[in-house]
Design a protein around this ligand. Structure first.
Ligand code: ZN
Ligand code: ZN
Length: 126
């Protein structure tokens, strides 16, 4: 039996409620609404367990740093909203890897981040 099952369940629930990549601060803020005793150390410990279990992966966002997202979604890209500072998952991939690099480069993988304004921030006047 692993300890901290309640905390881990809460973190899993946070990812079910928010279908987008989340940073530790987001996970902590949303998770505390479910389990008040959650703290940064327990979040980090449980994130590690969930990564080891293959339930979460770590992605490195160019401006937000390390984010966590659910596995099993296949290859996809991300969108960053400059208004609310949230990352979103975009469906599918339109990039032609082989045509994107000059001859002689062997492309093995890629990450694409699009930047702009998300639907809930469009129309919000600042
Ligand atoms: Zn937004
Ligand atoms: Zn792609």
């Amino acid at each position: 039996m692993r300890r901290n099952t309640t905390q881990r369940k809460a973190i899993e629930e946070v990812f079910r409620q928010h279908e987008r990549p989340l940073g530790v601060d987001d996970i902590l803020a949303y998770g505390r609404k479910l389990v008040e005793s959650l703290n940064q150390a327990t979040v980090y410990r449980n994130l590690k367990i969930l990564i080891d279990d293959g339930w979460l992966i770590r992605i490195t966002h160019p401006s937000l740093g390390v984010l966590y997202e659910r596995t099993g979604k296949g290859h996809h890209h991300h969108f960053h909203c400059r208004e609310c500072n949230r990352a979103f998952e975009l469906p599918g991939c339109a990039l032609k890897e082989k045509e994107s690099a000059p001859d002689g480069f062997v492309v093995e993988d890629h990450e694409v981040f699009l930047f702009g304004v998300c639907p809930s921030c469009v129309g919000v006047t600042k």
